[in-house]
Ligand binder design. Sequence first.
Ligand code: GLU
Length: 308
Amino acid sequence: MSVADRKTVGRFAPTPSGKMHLGNIFCAMIAYLSAKKNGGEFLLRIEDLDAARCPKENADAVIRDLETFGFEFDGEIIYQSRRTDVYKEFENRLAKLGLVYPCFCSRAELHASEAPHIGDGVYVYDGRCSLLSEEERRERAKKKKPCLRVKVPDSETVFEDKFKGRYAQNIKKECGDFIIRRSDGVYAYQLAVVADDALSGVSEVVRGEDLISSAPRQLWLCEVLGLEKPAYAHIPLVTGAGGRRLSKREGDGDTLAEVMSRKSPKEITGALAFASGLIDKYEPVSLAELVPLFDFDKIKKTHIAVDL
Ligand code: GLU
């Protein structure tokens, strides 16, 4: 059975490291509307892999906000922080394929190397630790806990995004062998997302366009693990009036809680639906009312500016 024959299973997968802002709720909204328009299911997954950065009260606040907006979730809420065994199993499967190796390089070493920087302290890794002998690995492991990386192919991964169209990436050249488990034992986003989407039968991933460069790594993991691949839709980011970047910091006025202190969920939903092109004129509207009106083709291709 191909993805096209299955009923849509969508999901929203926030990382509760801070407060939600309008961009997060917009993403949840589009993922929800697309799934519901097709008579499908919608799941909520809390991506609190890094438990130290994602306290439970943040997750509780996210869930409360979503419920206030009228989101209804199918199945149990998944908490990634409770699923280490699942990710371990996927790590083992990759290891059996001979794709996993320990990496002892420090951030400082990578920083000092010629490797291109791809953001947030992440470099295109040249694979040097894959060349270590077993003996060298044992020696190094006495002094330093390694992270785990996967060996990626030096070829293009291509997919058709529902929103952005064709997207191609050579994972080796643009990301390098990437981390699946950090040296402190915390599993990485790329592995966890693939494991969870596959195990919960997610058929459609809707998320912000800032994550499109992760999709080839996730598709490649699906491929080598023999998992069914979801369809992807990477949607434009929401900005404030005039293209101003939204802030997740409390006090700047952009967090959902702050906007909700001034506006009702229906007003916010209406403003997002109008700004994105789902409705032709602004009016307060509920999520349920938007379901029959939903169509990916209506959504603007550029960033979505909302003035609240
Ligand atoms: N947890 C990610 C975030 O909040 C989204 C992951 C995904 O949708 O694949 O940015």
